[in-house]
Ligand binder design. Structure first.
Ligand SMILES: [Zn+2]
Length: 62
């Protein structure tokens, strides 16, 4: 496992939170609760062949 820290903006409360991304997996989709408002954030993570991480966050029901 190769964990990298990223900052994202919560789609609910807009607060900036730190998340740990596993950069050894090229495509991931999971739910993680916001550390501030505790609502479930939907994470869409892609890691390209150069190891560049793209994190998209959205409401759970989108
Ligand atoms: Zn939040």
């Amino acid at each position: 496992m190769d964990m990298e820290e990223r900052k994202i903006d919560c789609p609910y409360c807009g607060e900036e939170i730190d998340v740990l991304i596993d950069s050894s997996v090229s495509e991931q989709n999971y739910i993680e609760d916001c550390q501030v408002c505790c609502r479930p954030i939907n994470f869409d993570v892609t890691v390209d062949y150069e190891g560049v991480i793209t994190v998209l966050v959205s409401h759970e029901n989108e």
